[in-house]
Structure formats: C-alpha cells, structure tokens
Design a protein around this ligand. Structure first.
Ligand code: SF4
Length: 394
C-alpha cells in the first residue's frame, strides 16, 4: 500500500507550542535580545550575534516531530536518523519515545503500515523514500523548503544535460539526498568539498588528464559511471545549503574560469550555469557573525552547535580567522574557568584545553550558535560564563 505523506504538519501547532517553549525557549536570551543583544555582568560583556540559533527549517522540523508524537501517541514513531544535527534535540525526541532507524537493532525492513516515520529537515535519498513507500508507512516530511530549492535546481540541470557539481560534504545527509535527486533524473553529479578539490576538477576541465587518477580521488563523490572527459563538458553548480558562502562563490568562479579557458567566453552560457543555493538562514548567520566581529572588540568567540552541524562548523571557521574561537557542542563543554572541551576548526575530534578564560580584567565574549541549536543552550552558556567570571578576579 502506498504511504500517506504529511508535508504541512498535522494541525497541532497550538497543542505542542507549550512543550516546545518549555524545552527550547530561554527567557535569558529574550532579555539579552531586548538589550541590544548584549549582556553585562561585572567584568564580563557578552555580545550575541544578531542572527543565531534555530532557523526556519529546523524550527518547523522540530515542531512537526512534536506534532507527530501528539497525533500518534499509540503508534511506533521513527526518525530516519538525526532530525537535525543537535545532540540535545535528538535526545529530547528519544525521551518522547521517538526511535531512530540508525540505531543498532532498528531497520526499515521491520517497519509496517502502522508505523510512522519522520523525514528530517535535510531530506532523505530517493532510495530511502522508495523503501519507506514500499513498507506503506505514514510519512511526516519535514524537508526544508530551501533544500527542496536545491533539488529543483539539480533536477533542472539533469534535464538540461548539465552535470551537477555540488559544493558540499559527500557524507552529509543533505548532499547525499541532493545527489540522489540528480541521479533519479538521469543526471550526473560530482561533489567537491573545497577549493583544493575544485582545483583538480578545473585542471581536468582545462587540460583533461589521467581519468583513473581523477576517479581515484572522486570515486565516492561522483555518480556511477562518471567519466570526467565527458561529464565535465557542461556544468551546473549547486551548494549544500549550509556551506560557507564566500567559499561557494570562489568555487563557482574557479569553475567558470576553467570553462572559459577551455571553451572560450562565447560558449560559457551553454556550458556553465550557477544558482546560489546557500539558504538565507545560513547566509544571515554568517553575515551576523562577520558584523559582530567587525563592530565589537571581542576577546574570544564561542560558537555553540553539534560537531556534525555543517553550518555551525562554518560559523566557527569565520570566527577562528579573526579571534580565538571555541566551537562547543553544548554548555557543559564550558567545564570550569580553567577547562573547556571544544573542537578546533579543521579537526575531527573534541579536545580539552586549559587556561582558556582570561583570569583578570574586562572580558568581551562573542557568542553565536548554529541553526540547529536551541536558545536554552545559548542561555545556559551565558549563565556559565557569568559564574566563571564572577569566580575569577576582577
Ligand atoms: S539551515 Fe537552511 S536549509 Fe537547513 S534547515 Fe535551516 S533553513 Fe533549511
């Protein structure tokens, strides 16, 4: 039996509003926002970025997950994986009895027509959707509109005979879903992570070269049967929605220039297309942190968000280029005035650092959080900073 799909919630927004506020709202943060995004206490000043935290897509996805639990209290409810990349939110959903298909012992093959499955904000692959459809489950689709916009663009590329070059992380659920959309329309794709990878793509566009070496490098990032000699002749550029805007623009320019070098300016419009698919929430948060760093004499930056959150990692990259920066997963990482657990930019693991907080003098801390971080975690971080600064000398 085909699946029943809910794409616009379950008409229970009001029923879950109180629960959502209890779990994620922060009166401290509301107060700080009202006071020009600034918190002052003794020697400590905290400057909040003017855009931070839950984006419209995450807000909606979490809301729909709560509505789902409310609507189907007696049914088994599953998520295909993390609903968003924030451990706190995912744990909260587990505590409500929502199960994760990525957990050990869970499997799509065990699902049946009475089961309910929530699709995350970053979407799922076409193959996953087909499997769920075959099982006849009820589906709650929370895929963000900005992700659907990327899919629309790559499908258009596929239909026009363009290979989608996707600036993204090949292991990220959103990029996997986007690539699968391309493939389902018979299109080719290639995922590039950064300028270094793009440089080798550009090299191949300009001069061709060793196809085996190219595929050795991009095998896991290219569509099946990808042939760089054939499939780089016409390119459409897309981005994972949460990448660093400046880097996406550079990557687009690199490819555009390589196409001109190879085929000449007169063939550019036939051979290269680009649509900016970075979402506005990501863009707003990146712009806000740049403004924060420009407008205030910040001593150190704290960026809060899951370590596997792409947009949070990119906020940390922006900050780290300008100030000492600590990307922390949650407020507990602020262990003491002496000790902090954080993930340095570019590293894959969390480390513990000591002596991170200046012990004396006035201190200006910049604070932001990723699009999947609820305000209550940001509020708790401010409270910890205040306590730490009080306990150290003025
Ligand atoms: S980061 Fe952007 S694309 Fe992702 S859920 Fe939020 S608004 Fe949607």
């Amino acid at each position: 039996m085909p699946s029943l799909i809910f794409r616009k919630g379950l008409d229970l927004k009001h029923a879950v509003a109180g629960m959502l506020a209890d779990n994620y709202h922060s009166s401290v943060i509301e107060r700080i926002k009202a006071e020009d995004f600034t918190f002052r206490s003794d020697r400590l000043t905290v400057h909040l970025a003017r855009e931070f935290g839950f984006c419209y897509g995450v807000d909606r996805a979490v809301d729909y997950a709560y509505q789902t639990r409310e609507r189907f209290p007696d049914r088994q409810v599953f998520l295909t994986g993390e609903i968003i990349h924030n451990p706190h939110v995912n744990e909260q959903l587990r505590a409500m009895g929502i199960r994760f298909l990525t957990d050990e012992g869970e499997s799509i093959d065990h699902l049946g027509a009475t089961d309910v499955v929530i699709l995350p904000a970053f979407g799922v692959t076409v193959a996953m959707l087909q499997k769920l459809d075959e099982r006849g489950c009820t589906l709650i689709d929370t895929t963000c509109g900005s992700v659907l916009n990327v899919w629309k663009n790559v499908r258009r590329y596929a239909e026009g005979g363009y290979t989608s070059v996707i600036h993204g992380k090949v292991w990220h659920e959103e990029t996997q879903a986007t690539a699968s959309q391309t493939a389902s329309y018979g299109g080719k794709y290639l995922v590039v992570f950064d300028q270094k990878e793009t440089e080798s793509v550009c090299e191949h566009i300009r001069h061709g070269g060793d196809t085996d070496a190219f595929m050795g490098r991009f095998r896991n990032a290219a569509s099946p049967g990808f042939d760089p000699d054939r499939d780089l002749e016409r390119i459409g550029l897309a981005n994972q929605t949460t990448m660093l805007m400046t880097e996406s623009l550079q990557i687009g320019e690199m490819i555009r220039q390589a196409v001109i070098d190879r085929y000449g300016e007169h063939e550019l419009s036939e051979r290269y297309q680009a649509f900016d698919t970075i979402c506005s929430a990501t863009q707003d948060r990146q712009d806000a942190v740049v403004a924060l760093l420009r407008e205030h004499p910040i001593d150190l930056m704290i960026v809060i968000g899951g370590y596997n959150s792409s947009n949070t990692a990119n906020l940390a990259r922006i900050c780290a280029a300008a100030r000492p920066t600590f990307h922390i997963a949650d407020p507990d990482c602020l262990v003491s005035p002496e000790e902090i657990r954080h993930r340095p930019v570019g590293s894959k693991t969390e480390v513990t650092a000591t002596g991170w907080l200046p012990r004396t003098g006035r201190l200006a801390v910049g604070l932001t959080s990723g699009a999947s971080t609820p305000d209550n975690l940001v509020g708790a971080a401010v409270a910890r900073l205040e306590t730490f600064c009080r306990s150290t000398a003025c």
